[in-house]
Design a protein around this ligand. Structure first.
Ligand SMILES: Cc1cc2nc3c(=O)[nH]c(=O)nc-3n(C[C@H](O)[C@H](O)[C@H](O)COP(=O)(O)O)c2cc1C
Length: 332
């Protein structure tokens, strides 16, 4: 059976990729992920704020919102509080490249067009095989329209794509009014891939202390459903490779991802819980599923459950919505 594939033009042994996680904050983590069976590794992000801490980093808060610059600045960790300085980040990437043979995808995380974008080139020079640009931003200003936010994203993507020769994938959250349209415009920037979706981290309220507390809970398999749905909807409709991140814990989610149309599926939470060797377990489960269903290659399987052949997906979505609500039975 052929599990080989490509992602962003990179040849991969199979489609199970390690998404960005703290495991890549040390060289040892890269080695463990490769040993565990990841076919490619996304390095943890280098953040816009980390690169340009006190200079122009927070320009977009002034430019796009009404918040005060000084106050916005005080929310962020100070430069020395980041676990790695930008220079050490580049150095770690270069050392990992020397020791690891699977492709390494560097990750840049920011939203505004600014000097930090030149780090895309520095990551390329340090040896990155591809670049993932993570656009994590919650537009809270009522004066800021969806069109303005999307224009800001597209401008940033274009700036990064222009900076490098390696392929760029874009990682976003799902909160868009017209995601399919946005995806199409991402294609127009020259980016090659779309990574679906960032998880939206929501702080909890501590009722004793009446404080917001940051919470980081690892994902659950049901979170894959939103990603599967969008991958199935976009497959064949946009010229971008689609990567699933969020909720992949077993071969079941991996198989569903490929059937929906994912080029690769990524894991972080399951690997943090079970250890890097979990890649091999999931790969065996995926292989077993393919054998059972008679699939001989990923190409045969990819997109088989997508909406590509549905002429009116929006109508089908509406019809399914009515069916789902109508299917609920009240207890007698
Ligand atoms: C502790 C932790 C750190 C993470 N760091 C990053 C990061 O630096 N950059 C990034 O793009 N995503 C980061 N992520 C998000 C993961 O790459 C992944 O997209 C997300 O956890 C959903 O996938 P999962 O369900 O397999 O965990 C992080 C996730 C966790 C749990």
């Amino acid at each position: 059976m052929n599990l080989k594939t490509t992602y962003l033009g990179l040849p991969l042994e199979h489609p199970l990729v390690a998404s960005a996680s703290p495991l890549t904050e040390k060289l040892d983590g890269f080695l463990r992920l490769e040993d565990g069976g990841a076919s490619a590794i996304v390095m943890h992000s280098l953040f816009e704020e980390q690169v340009l801490h006190e200079e122009e980093a927070l320009d977009h808060y002034l430019h796009y919102g009404h918040e005060s610059y000084a106050e916005a600045l005080s929310y962020f960790p100070r430069a020395h509080e980041y676990r790695l300085s930008p220079e050490r980040h580049l150095d770690l990437l270069a050392r990992a490249k020397e020791r690891v043979s699977v492709p390494i995808i560097a990750s840049l995380n920011g939203v505004s067009r600014g000097g930090w974008v030149e780090y895309a080139r520095l990551l390329e020079e340090a040896g990155a095989d591809a670049l993932e640009l993570n656009l994590y931003y919650i537009p809270t200003d009522p004066a800021l329209s969806g069109a303005e936010v999307e224009a800001m994203y597209l401008e940033t993507i274009r700036a990064v794509v222009e900076e490098v020769r390696i392929p760029v994938a874009v990682k976003v959250g799902h909160a868009f009014t017209a995601f399919a349209h946005f995806a199409k415009r991402v294609e127009g920037t020259g980016a090659k891939g779309l990574v679906l979706f960032n998880r939206f981290y929501q702080p909890d309220i501590d009722l004793e202390r009446l404080e917001y507390v940051p919470t980081l809970s690892l994902s659950r398999p049901y979170e894959a459903l939103l990603r599967l749905h969008w991958i199935a909807l976009l497959y064949g409709r946009v010229g971008l490779e689609l990567a699933l991140t969020g909720g992949v814990h077993s071969g079941r989610e991996a198989a569903k991802g490929i059937l929906a149309g994912a080029q690769v599926v990524m894991m972080t939470s399951a690997v943090l819980q079970q250890g890097p060797g979990h890649f091999r377990t999931v790969l065996e489960e995926l292989r077993a599923f393919m054998e059972e269903r008679g699939y001989e290659s990923l190409e045969e399987m990819r997109g088989a459950m997508s909406y590509q052949k549905v002429a009116e997906p929006a109508a089908l979505e509406r019809a399914n919505y009515l069916k789902v609500l109508g299917s609920y039975r009240l207890l007698p």
